[in-house]
Design a protein around this ligand. Structure first.
Ligand SMILES: [Zn+2]
Ligand SMILES: [Zn+2]
Length: 59
């Protein structure tokens, strides 16, 4: 899995509610995923990747 970390994004984390629209479950980022903004999230329910409208950290 390729993760591109932008140093600018690391300064200000965009904490937001991220919902996987396909299943309706809330996506909460933990561990290393909670340390940088990203658009591509892995749904823990479907085990499926999806893209949010903007980069952020799911809370
Ligand atoms: Zn995520
Ligand atoms: Zn899902």
């Amino acid at each position: 899995m390729e993760i591109v970390i932008n140093s600018l994004d690391q300064k200000e984390l965009n904490f937001k509610v991220v919902v996987h629209k396909k299943c309706g479950n809330k996506h909460i980022d933990v561990d290393k995923f909670a340390t940088f903004n990203h658009r591509k999230h892995l749904c823990h329910y479907c085990n499926e990747y999806f893209y949010d409208s903007e980069r952020g950290v799911g809370v």
